[in-house]
Design a protein around this ligand. Structure first.
Ligand SMILES: Cc1cc2nc3c(=O)[nH]c(=O)nc-3n(C[C@H](O)[C@H](O)[C@H](O)COP(=O)(O)O)c2cc1C
Length: 194
């Protein structure tokens, strides 16, 4: 499952979704309202775009017809229960509000519930925070998630792969996310392979 929340970084989610489809994964997408707003702005340059329409277009552009979209209030989705054995939940981008909710065990939308399910079941949860600078509260919440079993993969592109475009920088982060989710798909050359 790919969850999008209202932090900057929708292009990372777009790339991750494309790669998951390429890897043949069965994917469900859930986006918070703020997440849909960020998609409208960062993927389509339109702050005034209808957030639901933005998500629909995002999934059509980067996922395709096999990707299922779930409402953030849809607790009948498989991700809401440990019995469904979801391989990985990726929250990308992950706002500090969602980091705090997940760290506090507040399961008030499907994204937070799905994250909590992965932690209680000992399955993969990948959280991709994006905020700077960070407060002590942000750091404590991230530490809590890490200690509870999540992989914390900050949206921090490196430069040692010599990016020539924004797409190359996006690929750097997307590559780390996929690796943490257990998806073996190389978007950039491994260190030492060049
Ligand atoms: C365009 C835009 C960019 C934002 N960027 C960030 C960000 O990078 N990190 C963050 O923690 N919050 C960011 N926010 C604030 C969150 O969207 C806000 O805290 C929201 O309540 C998060 O809710 P959610 O976690 O349910 O999506 C941004 C909001 C907007 C509208």
């Amino acid at each position: 499952m790919l969850g999008l929340t209202g932090a900057s970084g929708a292009p990372y989610a777009a790339r991750v979704l494309e790669a998951l489809v390429e890897a043949g994964a069965a994917i469900g997408v859930v986006a918070s309202r703020a997440g849909r707003q960020v998609v409208a702005l960062e993927c389509y340059g339109d702050r005034a775009m209808d957030p639901d329409g933005a998500l629909e277009r995002f999934v059509a552009d980067h996922g395709g017809s096999d990707v299922r979209v779930y409402a953030e209030s849809d607790y009948s989705a498989p991700y809401a229960s440990g019995s469904a054995h979801t391989d990985a939940v990726i929250v990308c981008p992950c706002s500090m509000a969602s980091v705090g909710s997940i760290a506090a065990g507040i399961e008030s939308n499907l994204i937070h519930r799905a994250a909590a399910v992965q932690l209680k079941e000992g399955r993969r949860l990948v959280v991709v925070p994006r905020e700077t600078p960070v407060s002590e509260i942000h750091l404590e919440n991230l530490l809590r998630l890490k200690r509870a079993g999540a992989a914390v993969v900050p949206a921090m592109p490196g430069f040692y792969h010599l990016p020539e475009s924004i797409a190359d920088m996006v690929d750097f982060v997307a590559s780390r996310i996929l690796s943490a989710a257990g998806v073996d798909l190389r978007l950039i050359p491994s260190w030492g392979a060049r």
